[in-house]
Design a protein around this ligand. Structure first.
Ligand code: C2E
Ligand code: CA
Ligand code: CA
Ligand code: CA
Length: 278
């Protein structure tokens, strides 16, 4: 009969094993899950504060797993990155986005879409060439594509990520730095970054109204990024008083549940077309 410590260790190991089983199962089934139609792409509005119109939509992946139910990208994307097969997911999302943008064009409007790429994608020359070739073959203008790269991904592999960014930008593709402020990078390098947009992380939105210090950080970040010529987006905006504060601080775009949760391409289309007719 095992002693108390023994059974505690056994219990703990059972939990660990189950987590590892789930992680392994998610990664190993992902390619088949893509083929089986378990994954989809939703689009979250990014609102232009200068005209209050829809400026872009961010593509966000979803996985409806037959066994685990909805699995968050916050869980499976890092696993897929770790397993070295993120390019499969990124290319799939990119193709889905181009198809959706083509469908929107056929319905009579164009809309820029922001796509999340990982550092490994951006520093992969073959991947970037494939992206540009697919974009070229699609009826979608290059300026309608925004690539979001997290600040920490950028710092991980600075030289080769910058090379990929520059290649995309030469072809008119826009680049945004995602999760800005969470990557422990110095502000000094910011002015040399060949990017178009800075997305300030939701972490800096929470507490904005009750914490003078948080408000000061937000104001300083927006002003600095604007002065350096970047468009400034703030994400995770859930309430109107927060939006009002960010508008007065000079943000260019806002994204968050206040303006629209992630939704299907068809819902975006209905929103745009109903807005135009009424
Ligand atoms: P992210 O790129 O920072 O995306 C924003 C996340 O915040 C999304 O979570 C979005 O649904 C959520 N969000 C937006 N507005 C609000 C709000 O007002 N309140 C709250 N509480 N949350 C809000 P989601 O879709 O679960 O994605 C999580 C992360 O997974 C993303 O963070 C991104 O890093 C990653 N991800 C999602 N889709 C993809 C993808 O296609 N490729 C890659 N590489 N990563 C992806
Ligand atoms: Ca993003
Ligand atoms: Ca094209
Ligand atoms: Ca973000």
């Amino acid at each position: 009969k095992p002693n108390a410590l023994g059974s505690l260790v056994a219990h703990y190991q059972k939990g660990e094993d189950q987590i590892q089983l789930r992680e392994h199962s998610l990664v190993s089934h992902l390619p088949k899950a893509l083929e089986a139609g378990q994954l989809s792409v939703l689009f979250q509005p990014k609102i232009n504060l200068h005209n209050m119109q829809l400026a872009q939509a961010e593509a966000l992946i979803r996985w409806q797993h037959p066994e685990y139910g909805e699995v968050s990208p916050a869980e499976f994307i890092p696993l897929v990155e770790g397993a070295g097969i993120i390019d499969i997911v990124s290319m799939w999302v990119f193709e889905e986005v181009l198809q959706q943008q083509a469908a929107w064009l056929a319905a009579g409007f164009e809309l820029a879409v922001a796509i999340n790429f990982s550092a490994k994608d951006i520093s992969n020359t073959k991947f970037i060439d494939q992206v540009l070739a697919k974009l070229n073959a699609a009826p979608v203008a290059n300026r309608l594509v925004v690539i979001e790269i997290t600040e920490s991904a950028l710092m991980d592999d600075f030289e080769s990520v910058i090379q990929g960014i520059e290649k995309l930008r030469v072809h008119g593709v826009n680049i945004a730095i995602d999760d800005f402020g969470t990557g422990h990078s110095s502000l000094a390098y910011l002015k040399h970054l060949p990017v178009d947009e800075i997305k300030i992380d939701k972490a800096f939105v929470d507490g904005l109204l009750d914490d003078a210090h948080a408000a000061e950080i937000m104001q300083t970040s927006i002003r600095l990024a604007s002065n350096l010529g970047f468009k400034v987006t703030v994400e995770g905006v859930e309430e109107q008083p927060i939006a009002d504060a960010l508008i007065s601080m000079g943000a260019d775009m806002l994204q968050g549940d206040l303006y629209g949760i992630p939704q299907s391409g068809e819902q975006i289309q209905q929103f745009i077309l109903s807005g135009q007719s009424g």
